[in-house]
Design a protein around this ligand. Structure first.
Ligand SMILES: NC(=O)c1ccc[n+]([C@@H]2O[C@H](COP(=O)([O-])OP(=O)(O)OC[C@H]3O[C@@H](n4cnc5c(N)ncnc54)[C@H](O)[C@@H]3O)[C@@H](O)[C@H]2O)c1
Length: 398
């Protein structure tokens, strides 16, 4: 098949843990769902670690590797860009890309500080480009299905949400002091993984009105300085010198949603034995649903079955019955699985659907304004923890 549509040129800034997922996502966008997107030109991957960038460009079929994000901003042929570097760099990169007229998919949390996030959300209001944020769990078929149950009222009036994101990537005290351990209270486990479970909670159960009872703690207060590049959560050669961990390893808090629903949240990067444990239960007066990222191709669903002998939670296995699955995987058979990589493809597709103005787009990506809200909630959690767990209200959704 030939097409005369002008290709859409994409680039990824950051070739680390999540950067490669974005790179793979763009590569796959025209293999999923309906036609409508123009051909995608995989223009460039930029990383300050040149060898890493070159390796990613080769693996995922990008035309070139660039040594700086500035080179992406300056390239007039590039239309749309993912920002997938440490959070403190999101603001300056987003500013330059928006000024250069490029569409931006920025990783979560929106920025390294609330002040930066507010500035970015302000630019979004006047920008003439698509501005989106990578809350990838929204693309998980099981999580999207649970949201649909809630929206159709199939759990009845909601009464409880219990969410956690427990990971073990910071359990080893000899792990390097990477960017993840810098930035002050709220930028540790809360910003890195708590932001995901807060976003999922609001996506599934609606807006949070207030938080209280917050407590933050750091189990490993000092870590060795890395001797070279650190990628993702990986171990790396370290020096004998140590530096201060500036943010929390663990946090917990209670939330009250605008609907009156009560929520409890627990987040940790030092949860031994749990590599990627985002899990939640959402409970109503007439049903319950539960998801666990360690079993990403299923969720549990329970409602009032008429026959009391067979009441209990049912295991719903991902297949064409779930959102994103039909047309979203090569083998559309129930039970073949659901992967984190697929979620990044759906996210990339949703972003480019918006950019290209596709007639029937995937559900839109969260905006900078949505992601600012998550940061406001994190700031409120920190404030609650600094005031003996006092309740802190969140401004209502505009
Ligand atoms: N959505 C998700 O599921 C998900 C998962 C992991 C990470 N993330 C987010 O993605 C972002 C990156 O996280 P990561 O784990 O991939 O980080 P990482 O440390 O693995 O990779 C970051 C990369 O940025 C590069 N870099 C640093 N400074 C640079 C500069 N000035 N110019 C160009 N490149 C530079 C580094 O060399 C490194 O390769 C973070 O915002 C993180 O929160 C999202």
């Amino acid at each position: 098949m030939t097409t005369s549509a002008k290709p859409l040129s994409v680039a990824v800034i950051g070739a680390g843990m999540a950067g490669r997922s974005h790179a793979a996502g763009y590569r796959n966008v025209n293999t999923v769902f309906g036609a409508g997107l123009p051909p995608i030109r995989l223009a460039a991957i930029a990383d300050a670690n040149v060898a890493l960038g070159e390796d990613a460009a080769r693996r995922y079929g990008y035309e070139k590797a660039l040594a700086s994000w500035e080179a992406v901003a300056e390239d007039p042929t590039i239309d749309a860009v993912s920002i997938v570097v440490g959070n403190a760099l999101h603001r300056p990169i987003a500013q330059a890309l928006i000024a250069a007229g490029k569409h931006v998919l920025c990783e979560k949390p929106l920025a390294g500080s609330l002040e930066d996030a507010r500035a970015m959300a302000a630019w979004e209001r006047t920008a003439d480009v698509v501005t989106a944020v990578g809350y990838t769990f929204r693309r998980s078929p099981g999580i999207a299905a649970i949201r649909d149950h809630v929206r159709r009222g199939e759990l009845g009036d909601l009464s409880l949400f219990s969410g956690r994101y427990w990971c073990d990537y910071a359990t080893d005290p000899s792990g390097p002091l990477s960017w993840r351990f810098k930035g002050g209270p709220g930028s540790g486990a809360l910003g890195d993984i708590g932001s995901h479970v807060i976003d999922v909670a609001e996506y599934v159960a609606g807006p949070i009105a207030a938080v209280s009872g917050a407590s933050l703690s750091t189990q490993i207060p000092k870590r060795p300085l890395p001797l070279g590049a650190v990628v993702g959560h990986n171990a790396a050669p370290v020096s004998d010198e140590v530096g201060e961990v500036e943010n929390e390893d663990t946090a917990s808090f209670t939330a009250r949603f605008e609907s009156g629903l009560v929520g409890t949240f627990s987040v940790s990067r030092t949860a031994f034995g749990l590599p990627n444990g985002l899990a939640f239960d959402v409970v109503g007066l007439g049903g319950r649903a539960a998801f666990d990222q360690h079993r990403p191709a299923e969720y549990l669903f329970d409602d009032a079955q008429p026959d009391t002998r067979t009441r209990g939670a049912r295991q719903i296995i991902a297949g064409p019955n779930l959102p994103y699955f039909a047309g979203g995987v090569p083998m559309e058979a129930p039970g073949v699985g659901a992967s984190n990589g697929d979620n990044f493809t759906y996210q990339a597709r949703a972003f480019l659907d918006q950019v290209a103005g596709v007639a029937e787009p995937l559900p839109a990506c969260p905006t900078f304004a949505d992601a600012l809200r998550t940061m406001e909630i994190i700031r409120a959690v920190v404030e609650s923890s600094e005031n003996a767990g006092a309740a802190v209200t969140i401004p209502p959704v505009a």
